[in-house]
Design a protein around this ligand. Sequence first.
Ligand SMILES: C[S@@+](CC[C@H](N)C(=O)[O-])C[C@H]1O[C@@H](n2cnc3c(N)ncnc32)[C@H](O)[C@@H]1O
Length: 866
Amino acid sequence: MGKAQKKTGKGRLDKYYKLAKEQGYRARSAFKLIQLNKKFAFLESAKCCIDLCAAPGGWLQVASKYMPANSVIIGVDLVPIKPIPRVVTFAADITTTQCRNLIRNELKDWKADVVLHDGAPNVGTAWVQDAYSQSELVLTSLKLAVEFLLKGGTFVTKVFRSVDYNNLLWVFGQLFGKVEATKPPSSSLNPAERNVSAEIFVVCREFLAPKHIDPKFLDPKHVFKDLTSSAASGPDKGSSANNAHENVFMPEKKRRKRDGYDDGDYTLFRKVTAGDFIRSSEPVNVLGLANKIVFESEEEKQWLGLSLMTHDIKINCDDLKVLGKGDFKSLLKWRLALREELGLDVKTKPTEELTDTVEITEIMDEEQNIQNELERLKAEAAAKAKRERRRANEIKAKTIQRMQLQMTAPLDIGLEQTDLSLGMGQEEIFDLANVQRGLYGGIAQLIGSEEIPEDLEDGEGEGEDESAVVQGLDSDQERERKLNALEVELDGMYDAYQEKLNERDSKRRVKEARRQRGLLEEWGGIGSANKDSSDESCEDGGWEKMEACKEMDHDSSSEEESDEDFATGLKRFRPARIDPPSNKKAKFIADLREPPPPPSRATQVWFSQDVFKTLDSHDVDEDHDRIASKPARIESQHTQLESGEEASDVEMVPRCNSDTEMWDAHGEVPDNEHMAHVEKHGLSTAEAVTIAQALVNRKTTQTHLINDGFTRYSLNSKDDLPAWFLDDESKHYKPNIPITKEAVTALRARQRALDARPIKKIAEAKGRKKMRAARRLEMAMKKAEVVNATGDMTESEKAKQIEALMKKGVSKGKRKETKVIVAKGGYKGIKGRPKGVKGRYTMVDARMKKEVRARKRRDKTKGRRR
Ligand SMILES: C[S@@+](CC[C@H](N)C(=O)[O-])C[C@H]1O[C@@H](n2cnc3c(N)ncnc32)[C@H](O)[C@@H]1O
């Protein structure tokens, strides 16, 4: 318990104190829970229990004993709780969100079957304060309970029977199916100990788990409304009669005074007979002070049968503490009517007065309602604005995070900003200038610079340049030009951004290098293998080459469609229109002009077929050349045109490249750099190992692999795409090559072997040590041989000497001692070897020596201390 319990006095002599000692419970309060559980049996079936305000842990011990094995038990208290088996405990204030988070972290998505609360505020000065703090604590624990309780769960709490007691019970009633207040025998009724005597335990069962809980139920300001009244003073204010009056006329607003119990009256539950209420000259006070109106006498029982007695009145009489103003009004009306019926009253003044009062109250209530409604609307608007602000902030934070993770291209950011502005309805949809502004805004943020290109800055001048922009947009050319300029600048800025990133982050450079290396190992289709080793023209893979040829074919076919026929089953390739080309294209065309290489074997086999025998050798040769040679298309067409040769029925059209060069994987130029890397370091990705294993185990073939290289990822043209886009694609847009468990295991095993290797320096030192030992042994052997060869020694003398020699050879030999000379007195400031000092020495200052000694002392005691 937070407050140390007195070791003397009543508490100590208590029988439960002794029992607790006997049975090993940390607090006698343990018996309260035992007795509660005996009555309601909530622990036996519970799998998860949270005990709020649990120190020193008596209840936790009980929970741990009565709950099934493997159940989860969590205890929280302001003060740390000594460990209890099977129980997790935290030191936290249950009124804080930190405590809530701790419980949430522990439970994850579990819910509790039971929430216990035996909290008592550690104030202990004024009873009124204690009681109020206790009630607040109860409400806090209820708040936690509704958050963590399972539907149908149980909440057990200690409540002080103070003025707030009924309010709390009412709130419990709204959230639980069954609410029962009970006082276990161990909670002694001792008027001297007011806290103990007033404590009562409420067991709330069958938690309803409503989807929406009115926050007012859990807000002390609403549940215990007359916070200021206890401070109020004045002759009448604290009197219970006055309180009672206020209870009746404003039960929702005004609570009774918080002055605790009336002197000499510690009873909380009061009954009043219906007769007393009807005949009382102060019916309002009767209603305010009593809990229930009972019908005991014969006469009163008869009243129950009268037509004046409605069902509502009966229920209202049952529990006066939960009534609202309307209910009180109807009770008072019923009283008046009954009094008239009984002939006790004719319409008298007090009734009028009373009615007046009620009316005034009603008007006041109306105003109050309007005021409340206004306040509610205001609060709602504020909450909405706050939500929106938070959402905007979240979006902003997310964007920044995505940028940091490099998930967002600058273009996205610009567009997001534009979207935002569109959302606000202040900008024109599809306003190109805005997009540009958005783009540059994003990039400027990205590269951390405020600079915006001048032409765009101009664009930002609102109003004045608007017409220019509109004009600009009118003309397609202008738009095209602007877009191009924008694109170029965007590329430039992206490069700058990349550079900046590289500068900032050395890790990125390493990552980039690794990525480049990784690319070497990735299977990117037939063309990727010789990508790095060959020149620019080889940048595209086989597919690209074929595509290029197809494109050229298409171009030329549109021009010369009339005079060309397709040869059966063969593709033909025409030279492309030669624009002032990119390097790549120029190189390709240059390739075509090279002299033809000798025909491949495949070509020879092909032309050895009978069908070609009918063609004269010239034609065959020519066609053969056309098919086999790289420049065939240009050359043969020239020949055709020059010779005015007629197209034959079967026209043999060459491919743009020889078989070997395009598709024959065997003929591909091996990538030496790549090969060297793989030979030195082995395959480093699971994908590569998977493919290699599949090849070795004959689960796949080279041809399959080549075919697999043609995926949707290999068909993309990269022309005219911005660098940032390609960068991004290279990271994320690639085939997902399946990997096997074996490949991963093999890689892991290799990594483990690598990790297990000693670091180079240690390995070298070990090597040196071994070498020295071997040398010593060799020397010893040599000496032993000499001894053995000596004639003037007996055998036993020889053996002794050899043994000594071998011993010396095996041992490391004594390290030469280094003398420590303290540089003080005569040794101070001298240079060179001090006088009278022989052998190894080192000069130290006094402090250093002390430090060395201290270290040695420490080292010596280290083993002992452990
Ligand atoms: C009567 S003791 C609980 C005894 C406990 N049920 C047992 O059996 O050992 C009340 C405890 O409530 C704790 N307490 C009071 N206010 C608290 C708060 N705001 N947060 C957490 N614990 C609190 C006190 O530290 C004290 O240990």
